[in-house]
Structures are given as C-alpha cells and as structure tokens.
Write a protein that binds this ligand. Sequence first.
Ligand code: FES
Length: 576
Amino acid sequence: MTANSAFRSRQWFGATGRSGMAHRSWMRSQGFTPEVFDGRPVIGIATTWSELAPCNVHLHRVAESVKRGVWQEGGFPLEFPAMALGETLLRPTAMLYRNLLAMEAEELMRANPLDGVVLLSGCDKTTPGLLMAAASVDLPAVMVTGGPMLNGKYRGTDVGSGTAVWRFEEDLVAGRMTQEECAFAEGCMARSNGHCMTMGTASTMASMAEALGMQLPYSATWPAVDARRYETAQRAGQVAVGLVRQDLRPSAIMTRAAFENAIRVNAAIGGSTNAVIHLLAIAGRLGVPLPLDDFDVLARDVPTLLNLQPSGEYLMEDFCYAGGLPAVMRELAEHGLLNGDAITVTGSGIGANVADAPCWNREVIRAVAEPFQPAGTGTAVLRGNLAPGGAVIKQSASSPHLLKHRGRALVFDSPADYYAVSNDPGLDVDEDTVLVVRYCGPRGYPGMPEVSNVALPRKLLLRGVRDMVRICDGRMSGTAYGTVVLHVAPEAAAGGPLALVRTGDWITLDVPARMLTLEVGDEELAARRAQWQPPAPHASRGWTRLYTEHVLQADEGADLDFLVGASGHEVPRESH
Ligand code: FES
C-alpha cells in the first residue's frame, strides 16, 4: 500500500504538520514501527470484553487471533473496548444499555482513524448493539461472535445454561430438588468460556449475524474454547482487510434479502423472540423496510429443523458437531427458502457459501422433509384490541393446548407485585387464569427486561400444572419456555390497552387466528382510559431519562428515535 492510499485513515496518519505528527507520534508510544502509517488499511477491533460480562471474557484472546489475520493480510489492527453488557449482572436489564453500546461503538468507529472493523461480541445484547453501530457508520465490517460454552453436565445429563435455571427453580419450589443439589447444579451449567449454549438469544443472534452475511460460515457454532473459533477469528482479520480493499460495506450485505434470510433461519433454528426486536432495530439503522408482520409471514413456510433446547433436546456443541448453521441454511436453500444471492463478508452469495455444507447428525439438524417441528410453529405475530401494535408468541416454546385459550385475567403492575403473592396458597388462580404482568416494556420497567415468563403460582406447581397463559409487555429470555405472549405494543407505560385490563376481565388468545382480544367493550375501555394515569418518570437525569424519553416501542425495535438511520463515516474535522 502506498502513501497515496485513499483509505480514510490516511486523513489522520498521512497528514502533514502538527496534526499528522500528533496522530502518529502518540501511536508510536505503543512501539509500532513507522511502516504501519504507510497507508495500509487500519482495522479496528471492537471488543466487548469485561470480567463483568462473563460470556465475553475471552474476547480479549479472540482479538489476538484477529490481529494475526489483519497483519497477515497487510493491515494495521487496533483493538478498542466497547461497552460490555453482561446479561446476568446488569440491572434493571442489559437491554436498557443495548442502544448505549450501539451509540458508543458508532461514535468510536466514526471518530477514529479506522477503515474497517471487526466486531467481537457474545452475550445477548452485544451482538445486536455492535451490528446497529456498524450499520449506522457503514464502514466495512465483519463480526466474530465468541461462541457458545461447552454443554453443561449435571449428574450424567446435559443441561443447558438458562433453560436449566427455570427447571431447577421450579423443581426447587415444587420440592423435587434440594437446596444443596441446586447449589451443586449451579457449577455444572456454565463450565467454560462462551455464551449460553442453548438456542437462547446469544446463540440466536450469533446465528442471525451469520445468516445476515456479517460473519464467516460456521462462526456462530464453534464452541468458545474450540481452536477453530480462533482460526475463524484469524480468518476474519484477513477478511476485514479484504472488505476494505473491495469497499464492501454492511449496507451492501444487510439488505432486505439478507433480513428475509435471517427471519427464515430464525424460524428454522427455533430462535429467540428477541431476534424480532434486534433485527427490527438493525434494519431501522439501514433503512431496510421490515414490518413486524414479516416475522410471521416469512416464517410460516419454514419448519423448525433444529432439535435444540429450549424447544428441543440438544445444545450448541451438538449443533456444531452436526454441521453448524451452514447445514441448516443448505436445507433451506434446497427448498427455495433462502435468498442465495445475498452477498456476505466472504464476497460470495450465501447460497454459494452453504451449497456443499454437510450434515453429520440428522437427529440434531433435521431435514425439511422430516422436520423437528412442522412449518407454522415458529414465532407468531398477534394483533387485536389488546395489542394494536402487535405482540409475539413463540409457539415452539408454548403448550399446544394453550394456543387457543379463553380465561379470566389476573393482573399485576410489576413482576414484584406478582411474586409477592405467587406462593400464597389462597391466591385466586387456576390453570385457566391468564396472568397479566405489565409496565415491563421499554419505557415501563425501563428497558424491557426478560421477566415475562413469570414462574407459575406455587399452588399450581404443586398440583402438577406446568404451563399457563401469561401476557406481558416485556421480553422473555431465549432460553425460556412457556405459553407467554410478549412484546405487547403499545406497552402499558405508553398508555397501551394493556394498561386498561382489570382482574376478572375475559381474554381470548387465538394463535391460529393470530388474535389477542380483551373482551371489554369500547365504551368501558374509554371510561377506564379517562381514569388512567401514566406512571411517574423513572429518572430525572442521565441515560435512563434520555432512554425513556426517546425509546421506540417493541414493534419498532426499541431503538431510540434519534438513532434510527445512519450518519455514515465521513471523517470529522481536525481535533487540534
Ligand atoms: Fe450471556 Fe446467556 S448470559 S449469553
């Protein structure tokens, strides 16, 4: 690469005078030789590494492999931290900070002398946050997710992180497990680096990044500790340099065709409902039209192929050894369910990438002809007077007998209110009751946490009841299960009809008809609305105030209104 390089970084490192001297001199304090400023592509490596985000804790090492690849291809790698979001620790919810990560990473990419970026993510919100940022800057970018943990092992059986937590808790409450057994099981679930190894949100979003064409084939599934993850990371470093030279940008990769692929792949893998929110937000950054109903319409023809927890039996390690995501996408492609021409970071269409992908275990990755669950059992989008902006339900995680259900509402204004009485033997509830838990949306909680699948009342658990209909304006962990209507929009805190439901009202859920109906007349609803008071603001200052004043509803991806769209990567004016 010559000093005449037109790369963007040249405007920093190729500058003359005091400015150029400052840009180069301080970088040389790290011991770089002057040749790194010769106009070669500068590749930023955005690392969401933190000891407070255990799923991402190894990304610092993954970055070293990426650097090898960048050097190998004649680029100049520079690692930088981006906000790490640890799903299990952050309160009130990591989702409150997804947009902050996206905003921080976007600004860092734009403000620094970078020609391309490698995005290192893992835990749930870090993957969509970095993709949103990359979309808004539109510098050439490739993602490397950190990979799933090894399968959890407890007393000779596989246990899935997340999914097992719900079961252990229910077993504990119902007296099927002791406190000591539970404490031992804790150490058996998360036993290596990596993100949750069920088809939870992290595995789902890693798969979405691969289906969108933003990470290399097989990237989603190599276990975090597998040498091939590090090999893939090195390859991604090489690819990043190539993307800069080809000027292949996220906006050319994450097209409408790519989003259609992602939605269908999400259905095929039995992916998390959180993918709906995150894909809507990423599409919003790119200006790709993606109505909520597309998640239902596009997925209806797609059977679930993966037999993975929480809907199925196996875990991500098994998925990897069975052939990984390319084997799933090949099945879809061969049945006309994949836009094969959608270009990817490899420079080839996704169809070409997966054309020869083998499947080594049809028990884990089923064929379209013999699916794990038939077409039409994926995420459904519901409408009705209770959710005029839409709501979603993961059919594969639901109990079939509850998909058409009519019951009386038992209403709580927060999960805490519900849990305060959920163990009460006198609670007026039975298996036909519809539990409504509200004020859990983007504005309401705030941050739209994964609290919607509240545990069943103790008296029902003791009677052997395992599921009941729950309705909420929050989200549900991708590792969770149950007949739970989620993402109700508009949320209660925004004055949605959910705020007007009263205990004792009849509610009808009809998933085959895609309806969610509150059986209360318009006149009565208008009277209730006249009495309704919006909740007091959560914060008078800081991020939470900014967030709650600007966050969009779930059906628009819960991005901030002023972050929708892109600002590009024009080089800002001089700093000195
Ligand atoms: Fe990080 Fe599950 S807690 S991926």
